[in-house]
Design a protein around this ligand. Structure first.
Ligand code: PRT
Ligand code: MG
Length: 220
């Protein structure tokens, strides 16, 4: 590869699963095909039909970090992840309208959340989203002890670790299967395109057409 080509190389950070799956049609709209499947390949760097564009596969919550530091020029991350990260060093041009869900407060079916809040009780809340939860309850004037978890939040109220959880809900079947009820809809969540601020200046010619194609495809 020539030095100019190396200079023109673009790296896109995606996570496996729903974000990868739902980003594929947007890439397709920009004329880009990923030539390897992350679900069957153990490779973390995937090639595309464009020799100057590669896709790296990282944990969903690590996407903003790779893009912030310029290890990826751009990436796709959920609003939930971006709120926790803080968005530093990231330009967020578009809402891609993919991987949609909502962030909610849920409790065990027998727990009277409304009364607990009304009485000013101190609530124990388990979540992966401690920053977003902290802001949400502070704005409502509800006192909470936040318990940081990395997954399976739904279990916490069932075994007495917490009174409530803050988690993402899409169909609601996970809550239902664990006899939890949604008591507050905090916000709607979807995934955003995030771009490294320096890359946007230095590689604008290459990035802008892809951003534009994503924008058109995500509003269809
Ligand atoms: O799974 P891993 O720990 O590696 O990371 P992750 O959970 O952050 O990644 P992934 O790929 O599961 O999610 C990536 C992004 O998809 C999230 O950051 C969200 O923006 C978005 N998204 C959309 C969701 C959901 N819908 C969703 N339903 N992320 C997670 N869920 C989980 C939710 O946490 C709960 O456990 O699915 C369960 C609820 O689903 P329902 O359908 O039963 O309500
Ligand atoms: Mg997950």
């Amino acid at each position: 590869m020539t030095p100019q080509q190396l200079n023109g190389q673009l790296t896109l950070a995606l996570s496996k699963g729903r974000i990868f799956e739902e980003t594929l049609p947007l890439l397709e709209a920009a004329g880009i095909t990923v030539t390897e499947n992350p679900e069957t390949s153990r490779k973390l760097i995937l090639s595309t039909n464009d020799p100057l564009l590669r896709v790296i596969i990282v944990r969903a919550s690590d996407v903003p970090t790779y893009v912030q530091h310029g290890a990826a020029d751009f990436g796709v991350a959920g609003k939930d992840v971006l709120l926790e990260h803080g968005g530093e060093g990231l330009y967020q041009p578009i809402d891609l309208n993919i991987a949609k869900c909502r962030m909610s407060v849920a409790v065990s079916a027998g727990f009277d959340y409304a009364s607990a809040v009304k009485q000013g009780a101190r609530l124990r809340v388990a979540t992966k989203y401690t920053e977003t939860a902290r802001q949400h309850f502070a704005a409502k004037g509800v006192h909470v002890d936040l318990i940081k978890l990395y997954g399976s939040m739904e279990l916490a109220p069932l075994v007495g670790l917490s009174d409530a959880i803050v988690d993402l809900v899409s169909t609601g079947s996970t809550l239902k299967a664990n006899k939890l009820v949604e008591v507050e809809h905090m916000m709607d969540i979807s995934s955003r395109l995030v771009v490294n601020q320096a890359a946007l200046k230095l590689k604008r010619e290459r990035l802008q057409p892809i951003i534009d194609a994503f924008e058109r495809a995500s509003h269809r």
